[in-house]
Design a protein around this ligand. Structure first.
Ligand SMILES: Cc1cc2nc3c(=O)[nH]c(=O)nc-3n(C[C@H](O)[C@H](O)[C@H](O)COP(=O)(O)OP(=O)(O)OC[C@H]3O[C@@H](n4cnc5c(N)ncnc54)[C@H](O)[C@@H]3O)c2cc1C
Length: 416
């Protein structure tokens, strides 16, 4: 079977890999000059099933309203005029009940845990390198009060299979010795030993090379302009370099997916939520953290990638604007310097800002559409690196008529 995968981000490349492993003829179509240059370029780098809580929660509406009046909030809600924003926003609010929160969180947990398991299996088979570690993630709370709330909030994940250890201050410093000097600044932590970290871009690029070696064609610098259909089948895609035909098609265009799907009658509820990341060198810094850290009170994440430290944070409703200035990283670096004063070369960071492709409830949208030979692998929000291998394996199983290893309840377009 000849399959065309639209999009060369981490999701498109993993999808292509599983198709090629199953012996199919695969072409990836990517508009940029290389794979992984959009959201997958410099993300938070954490493999974090321990952070699968849905953003749409009973407390989210108040939190977002409050952010309208704060100066540099971790979550920044802004009123916007686009219709797609209001449509998405209303769907988000509908997902803020405790029932929806619970269901969406458990779906995301299921997909993220499967993602990490499949990533490890793929690594085992291929030996792929991605500056990764399996050192776990410490979810860190700054006060006794936020720690107590954290224990309550994380119990849902623990009850549903996430390995999790409650750690008092002293134990936090044993898990992450770089915290030794900051014990008076923390209330406690929750440690997920099976979580990890790794460079999503390096993984995407190295997997793209393995794909090429397996015969996958990667058409870079090729922008898709339309999806062509006849009846209930997709026949081809139009690109700026001509028409491409195939037997089967996968939509994995990240944030651009709704724009290409709308003209063929598929509405995808995906909206951008902006985040900021910085990478610093840890060369010569003995006190850089080696386990992943998410400081939960300010939502700042730390991921160790070999001799680099990725620091990320913030969630802003900024439309499709990806611009950034060093000023916007002040809050993130304030937390870094406070917790890990000798954690890396904070004077010379590499900055980046990118947009999470977020669905109103949180879980991705996977699998079948009204077109028999068009499948979706979209809407991975803040979890696409963690989910990539799991979602792509499941979508490929669906394309090939096999039953996915995970329950697909709530993960398909009909559920959105
Ligand atoms: C700040 C931030 C921090 C994050 N941190 C984490 C984290 O710690 N852990 C985690 O698991 N996830 C994290 N994520 C989420 C993760 O990065 C994303 O979910 C994931 O990268 C999405 O991958 P994708 O392949 O769907 O999208 P993309 O990487 O954006 O890929 C889509 C591709 O499609 C191409 N494309 C678009 N339109 C066209 C067209 N018309 N023709 C041809 N090609 C086209 C684009 O050029 C792009 O390469 C984070 C995201 C952000 C923004």
């Amino acid at each position: 079977m000849k399959v065309i995968v639209m999009g060369g981000g981490i999701i498109g490349v993993t999808t292509a890999w599983y198709l090629a492993e199953a012996g199919h003829e695969v072409t990836i179509v990517e508009r940029r000059e290389e794979t992984g240059l959009e959201t997958s370029f410099q993300n938070g780098a954490l493999l974090a099933p321990g952070h699968s809580q849905a953003w749409a929660s009973p407390s989210a509406p108040i939190m977002l309203l409050k952010s309208l009046f704060e100066i540099d909030p971790a979550l920044r809600f802004r009123l916007r005029t686009e219709l797609s924003y209001w449509r998405w926003g209303l769907a988000f609010l509908r997902n803020c009940t405790s029932e929806h929160y619970r269901a969406n969180t458990l779906r995301t947990l299921r997909v993220m845990m499967y993602g990490v398991a499949e990533l490890h299996a793929l690594r085992e088979r291929t030996g792929i390198a991605y500056d990764g570690n399996d050192n776990g993630i410490l979810y860190l709370f700054r006060t006794e009060e936020s720690f107590a709330k954290g224990i309550a909030a994380w119990s849902l994940l623990k009850e549903h299979g996430l390995p999790l250890e409650t750690a008092d201050r002293q134990r936090c410093a044993v898990i992450e010795p770089a915290l030794r000097g900051s014990l008076d600044k923390i209330g406690g932590g929750l440690f997920a030993p099976a979580d990890g970290a790794g460079d999503a871009l390096l993984f995407t690029r190295n997997l793209a090379k393995l794909c090429t070696a397996k015969g996958v064609t990667i058409r870079l610098g090729t922008a898709i302009t339309a999806i062509r259909c006849e009846g209930n089948r997709v026949t081809s895609i139009a690109t700026d370099k001509g028409e491409l035909v195939g037997d089967s098609f996968v939509l994995a265009l990240g944030l651009e997916s709704p724009r290409l799907a709308r003209p063929i009658g598929i509405e995808l509820p995906i909206y951008p939520i902006k985040g900021y990341t910085a990478t610093v060198s840890t060369e010569g810094y003995a006190d850089a953290p080696t386990v992943g850290i998410i400081e939960e009170d300010n939502l700042v994440a730390f991921a160790r990638l070999g001799n680099r430290l990725r620091i990320g944070g913030k969630a802003e409703f900024a439309g499709y604007d990806k611009s950034y200035t060093p000023r916007q990283f002040r809050g993130v670096f304030k937390v870094a310097e406070d917790l890990f004063p000798r954690g890396g070369d904070y004077e010379h960071p590499t900055y980046y800002a990118c947009l999470r492709p977020v669905t109103p409830g949180g879980p991705p949208i996977l699998g079948p559409t009204r077109y028999r030979n068009l499948h979706l692998n979209v809407g991975h929000g803040a979890a696409g690196w963690t989910e990539a291998c799991g979602v792509s394996r499941a979508v490929v199983d669906l394309i090939l008529g096999r039953k996915p290893e995970i329950d697909m309840e709530g993960l398909t377009l009909s559920a959105s």
